[in-house]
Design a protein around this ligand. Structure first.
Ligand SMILES: [Zn+2]
Length: 497
């Protein structure tokens, strides 16, 4: 652990976040160069290839879908008239990744947040017949839900699966003023205009997403155009007619996978971190390269430093350790989901440590260990943190639903306990408000061309964070007991196999 140096974090980031890599979008040349960099780093460390057929690459079969805005539409009719809605201004449609032309006409039904959470005594579908209908719902989840529950139930994938279970044929999310304060409509629109991606099951040629099984998925602004003018818009009688036309294109992109064999190595601990970012896009101040320095060249730099430290130790850990740099996280956690469902290693994966955004705004004094309090992983995480004098802090922005927004969630959905150690906001200085610094960064640089290497970074903090990640994995790998979900835990009950 003590061999981890700030300079190696900086050097990996300098390479990966360079303009030459053009933002590392999955399926582009820039991403492939980044993958080759990580592969050769693993090779130089002497780690075993753990991808397809004795290579470091696990190819992920992907499909890209772009919405044809001129052919696609959504119309709403209700007693006494119809609403003429404009695509891009009043509503956005998600392209369908399974089917290229999906028409639908159905009654609308309003279902609160669109959440069925029996363990929290919350059921928006209670007494509601959603069969054959399009479910209109609010985004997010009730504030009364705990941080993780709120994150899981806020996810559109969860809502889509629950809508399907209720027999619904579509899902329309209403965005309130509050939603749009946090994320302006323009961001939603940009997101919807950039192509969607999914991984494709080679046997069925379908995606595994519930969203693609629905006949229409979209978002609408709550302003005058819909709810505000007349709440009865979505009361019985209102129907919608929609057509979703999508252009499909096949591609593949690799996860980069390496292994340090354990002794006896009958189980596997996986370190994951996403290698892709969003590529090139709308220019800001003349710059169209979204370098993704913090998101997530920093995370890859950290797992490379951790991997090198492990590779240089003389005693092998009891469990094998797999390091995976995943593709297409920015497209919906695709590379990690593919790996979690089709692991390229044969021994069972028993835990995941995910690194996404190793923020280095100030010295590292605390972390928020997303997911750890749901399983026995809290113990090794707490021990590692206390050994390094680092505090564990609670989630202070549950509305950001961070737990479902990075690759640990792919492992959790396959029943594997996971932790996402997120850098905390204790700066150690009364004068610098760390929460403010983080929120400012999210508002001004996150997913923008300015998340690049011109930012001032505390690489000592980056190295400290890497040491913590190293220690967490080492303790998990050598623990006598296999990681378990806590008794009666929400995630364990929902996902454990
Ligand atoms: Zn990220």
């Amino acid at each position: 652990m003590d061999t981890i140096q700030p300079e190696e974090i900086r050097a990996h980031m300098n390479f990966l976040a360079d303009d030459l890599l053009e933002g590392r979008d999955a399926g582009t040349r820039g991403y492939d160069i980044a993958a080759n960099y990580v592969r050769t780093q693993f090779e130089a460390m002497g780690l075993m290839p753990a991808g397809d057929d004795g290579t470091y690459y696990q190819q992920v079969p992907l499909r890209r879908a772009a919405l044809d805005e001129s052919e696609s539409f959504l119309r709403i009719r209700f007693d006494g008239g119809s609403k003429s809605l404009k695509i891009g201004d009043d509503y956005l449609l998600r392209p369908n990744l399974g089917r290229s032309d999906v028409p639908v006409e159905a009654v609308l039904v309003f279902a609160g947040y669109g959440i069925r959470a029996p363990e929290l005594d919350h059921d928006d579908y209670e007494g509601l017949d959603a069969s054959g209908k399009i479910v209109v719902h609010l985004s997010g989840a009730p504030e009364s839900f705990g941080s993780t529950e709120r994150a899981v139930y806020s996810s559109r994938e969860t809502k889509a699966a629950q809508a399907l279970d209720a027999g619904a044929v579509g899902l329309l999310t209403v965005l309130t003023e509050l939603d749009l304060e946090r994320r302006p409509w323009e961001r939603f629109r940009e997101g919807s205009r950039s192509p969607s991606m999914a991984w494709i099951d080679p046997d069925t040629s379908q995606t595994s997403s519930a969203l693609d099984a629905l006949d229409v998925v979209g978002v609408m602004r709550a302003s005058e155009s819909l709810l505000a003018s007349d709440a009865s818009d979505v009361e019985p009688g209102a129907t919608a007619e929609a057509r979703t036309v999508s252009h499909h294109e096949a591609l593949e992109s690799p996860n980069v996978v390496a292994m340090l064999e354990g002794d006896p190595g009958e189980e596997v601990v996986v370190y994951s971190s996403h290698l892709d970012h969003v590529g090139r896009g709308t220019p800001e101040d003349g710059d169209d390269i979204y370098n993704g320095a913090y998101d997530n060249a920093s995370g890859i730099a950290v797992i490379l430093a951790v991997a090198r430290a492990f590779a240089s130790t003389e005693t092998r850990p009891a469990r094998s350790i797999v390091f995976i740099a995943v593709t297409a996280e920015e497209k919906g956690l695709l590379g990690s989901d593919f790996f979690a469902q089709h692991p390229s290693v044969s021994a069972p994966v028993v835990a995941n440590v995910n690194v996404d955004g190793a923020l280095m705004f100030h010295p590292l004094r605390d972390i928020i260990a997303f997911g750890a309090d749901h399983s026995t992983l809290l113990d090794p995480v707490s021990r590692a943190a206390s050994q390094l004098g680092i505090e564990l802090s609670p989630d202070f922005m549950p509305e950001e639903v961070i737990f479902v927004r990075s690759d640990q969630y792919s492992f959790v959905r396959q029943g594997i306990p996971a932790v996402y150690p997120f850098v905390g906001t204790d700066t150690g200085s009364e004068r610098v408000d760390g929460e403010r610094v983080l929120r400012d960064w999210m508002a001004t640089r996150y997913h923008k061309p300015s998340d690049d290497m011109s930012q001032e970074m505390d690489f000592d903090a980056g190295a400290d964070y890497a040491k913590l990640c190293y220690l967490i994995g080492e303790l998990i790998a050598n623990d006598a007991a296999r990681p378990q979900w806590n008794e009666g835990d929400f995630l364990g009950a929902k996902f454990a196999r």
